[in-house]
Design a protein around this ligand. Sequence first.
Ligand SMILES: Cc1ncc(COP(=O)(O)OP(=O)(O)O)c(N)n1
Ligand SMILES: Cc1ncsc1CCOP(=O)(O)O
Ligand SMILES: [Mg+2]
Length: 214
Amino acid sequence: MKYIEKLHYITHDIPHLSHIEQAQLACEAGAKWIQYRCLSKSDEELLQDINAIAEICDDWGTTLIVTDHVHLNGKADIQGFHIENMDADFIALRKLVGNDITLGGSVNTVENLIRLVRAGADYVGYGPFAETETKPNNYTLLGIEGYQHMVGALKAQAISIPVLAVGGIKIYDVEALMQAGIYGIAVSGALNFADDFIEAYQDFYRVVKESAVN
Ligand SMILES: Cc1ncc(COP(=O)(O)OP(=O)(O)O)c(N)n1
Ligand SMILES: Cc1ncsc1CCOP(=O)(O)O
Ligand SMILES: [Mg+2]
């Protein structure tokens, strides 16, 4: 078992803040878990970003997860990878990165979620909760009911894994989501486009902690 933080902040390609600036702001706000999600740069550019963000995370005691790019394992101070390909072979990935590296994955069905648990994922991001501008897609939106269903299905099969809700989550959704019994929240847009990033992060954090039932 590895420690998984309850609030994951995901960086994004946005015009008004670089990934490094996003990570700095998140750490200043108190973030303990940052997922660097950049799918638009060369390996050299990625490593420049990741090394700078890893230094910031090191200063603030924050876990750094990288979305995909598993081939960069060992090339920078990265604590884990979040795999977006729902069909990825997690057994092979685990063999590749070893047991110390945190491995999480995206899923949008209970069946896929259970497959990842059995293949040794440390946590999963389950979504999308609602429409998101960050990565528009055609998946069925889960809503609160989708999370209630998933929590019931895992309980019925005595399956336990940290499940993060993700996709289009706003501050006013957090309490109901946490009370549905999910482990935590992964968020990007609601912080990146907030009037005050730090205040928005701290509001998310407070409500996540206050409303958690798991
Ligand atoms: C923790 C966490 N959960 C989910 C995602 C998003 O993954 P992604 O595969 O981009 O989303 P969909 O394809 O399901 O829309 C993430 N990055 N982190
Ligand atoms: C990478 C990604 N893919 C689907 S949702 C998401 C990030 C989080 O979504 P949001 O920006 O709406 O919080
Ligand atoms: Mg995906």
